[in-house]
Design a protein around this ligand. Structure first.
Ligand code: P5A
Length: 446
């Protein structure tokens, strides 16, 4: 993409409405625009990151054996009357009437709708296990929408629902989600810690939230700091192997890590003092096992191997897709701007032409552009007639992890400069070597 032809409305001034750094940087980098309280347009740069995050979520869900579909944003109130949640949900639910005076709502979550799909089409234990998911906009009329996309009213969620024959099988689905979430967040460059939590209006006893540690987080968290060192790494996990999947979950949930909702002071005291930490975290996901809470009242049953009709055991599992942009920026920025992890960056690399209009520099930039694009690494090429300082400031603000700087002086020696946004370190090398280096770096993130 050539910056001269792109739409990147960066702001020079700090927007006064933004209280936390991620919100400020998303506005300044021209990623989002607020349309009403807690409701945002996704401008091209923000939209690219959102799509990258969705892509990683899809890949890891499919890897775990989960099946994508798409349910609508609007739902019939009748479904929610069946589960009993229509009245319980309260003011957070946006209720709508159509022209026939029928009650609709903008879905805050989809347990009822997926249960309806299941009961219409599945009748035998032979069709289990089954996990369906989608990535769809939700609406919750939050009393205090704030911090930009972090607590929106309209927000994008990945929500998945498992259907299993009994509790053990459903707990395996729960564990499988935990492992797939750990992989998902790691690919985004995040450390998200599973913490025992409270289930709220979704229901059930077993639930974990995934928290990214950050001063600006809305949840208070209590943890053994050795938990922050745990990594899945490139480990291949066989999602059909119950013991292996449970083993990974044990590894990640044995050290004490809880939100204030389930905090146990006596247990906390048992952590060696040097490792005992109280902090704040951003909730980027939550998984639930709730058994037959929806299948029983809604008649989602299957015939088991003894010929009896039994309600299925279910759980639901959510990732805050749009919130993740905020969480990643909170975890990865400096005073100049955003620092995107390679896994989610809107463009893998930026090209800065120090002397637009200089024949040699223009030709070198064009051929770098073509070579990177051929390798599947579409660059953002700053081809505007601007001062070098302004071009660097824009690149630093929008946070592409790598920058190639091209200027007449370097080209005389046959070199360009490859700079890491994270470390600020630069290295001179031939344009070909710079492309080869980037291909190598990104190979690990694709
Ligand atoms: C699980 C999937 C559920 O709704 N039903 C379907 C279950 N869980 S949850 O914890 O309530 O939400 C899942 C994740 O969505 C994000 N989230 C939000 N993101 C932005 N703005 C909001 N107002 C908002 N509310 C929830 C969180 O990341 C949460 O973990």
């Amino acid at each position: 993409m050539r910056l001269s032809r792109y739409f990147l409305p960066v702001l020079k001034e700090n927007p006064s409405e933004a209280q936390i750094v991620s919100h400020r940087l998303m506005l300044r980098a021209g990623m989002i625009r607020q349309q009403a309280a807690g409701i945002y347009s996704w401008l091209p740069l923000g939209y690219r990151v959102l799509k990258r995050i969705e892509q990683i979520v899809h890949e890891e869900q499919v890897r775990a054996g989960h099946i994508p579909l798409l349910m609508p944003t609007l739902q019939s109130a009748d479904l929610w009357r069946e589960s009993g949640r229509y009245d319980d949900y309260g003011e957070e639910m946006l209720r709508i009437k159509d022209r026939h005076k029928r009650d609709l709502l903008y879905g805050p979550t989809n347990e009822e709708m997926i249960t309806d799909i299941f009961r219409a089409h599945v009748g035998s234990y032979k069709d289990l296990p089954l996990t369906l998911y989608h990535i769809q906009w939700k609406f919750r009329d939050e009393i205090r929408p704030r911090f930009g996309v972090m607590r929106g009213r309209e927000f994008l969620m990945k929500d998945g629902y498992n259907f299993d024959i009994d509790k053990d099988a459903a707990l395996h689905a729960y564990n499988r989600h935990m492992v797939s979430y750990l992989r998902t967040y790691e690919r985004m460059g995040l450390t998200a810690i599973p913490m025992r939590a409270d289930s709220g209006p979704i229901g059930g006893d077993d639930t974990h939230e995934f928290l990214v540690l950050a001063q600006t987080g809305e949840s208070e968290v209590f943890y053994d700091d050795r938990v922050t060192q745990l990594k899945l790494g490139g480990r291949a996990v066989d999602y059909d192997n119950w013991d292996e999947v449970a083993g990974v979950c044990t590894e990640f949930t044995t050290l004490y890590a809880r939100t204030d909702e389930t905090h146990d002071a006596a247990l906390f005291e048992q952590i060696p003092e040097a490792h005992r930490k109280v902090g704040r975290g951003i909730e980027v996901g939550q998984i639930f096992y709730f058994g037959t809470k929806y299948s029983e009242p809604m008649g989602a049953t299957v015939v088991n191997d003894k010929g009896e009709r039994v309600p299925v055991h279910m759980g639901s599992h959510g990732i805050g897709v749009s919130r993740l942009l905020g969480a990643i920026i909170e975890a990865s920025h400096d005073d100049k701007g955003i620092i995107w992890p390679e896994g989610v960056t809107p463009f893998p690399v930026g090209i800065v032409n120090l002397k637009q209009g200089d024949g040699a520099a223009d030709v070198a930039c064009d051929s770098l552009y073509a070579a990177l694009t051929t390798q599947g690494l579409e660059p953002l090429y700053d081809d505007r007639n601007e001062r070098a300082g302004a071009k660097f400031a824009t690149m630093d603000l929008i946070g592409l992890p790598w920058r190639i700087t091209v200027g007449p002086r370097g080209l005389e020696k046959g070199v360009v400069e490859l700079t890491s946004r994270r470390t600020g370190e630069s290295e001179e090398m031939s344009p070909e070597a710079a492309v080869a280096r980037l291909v190598q770096i990104y190979a690990a993130h694709r």
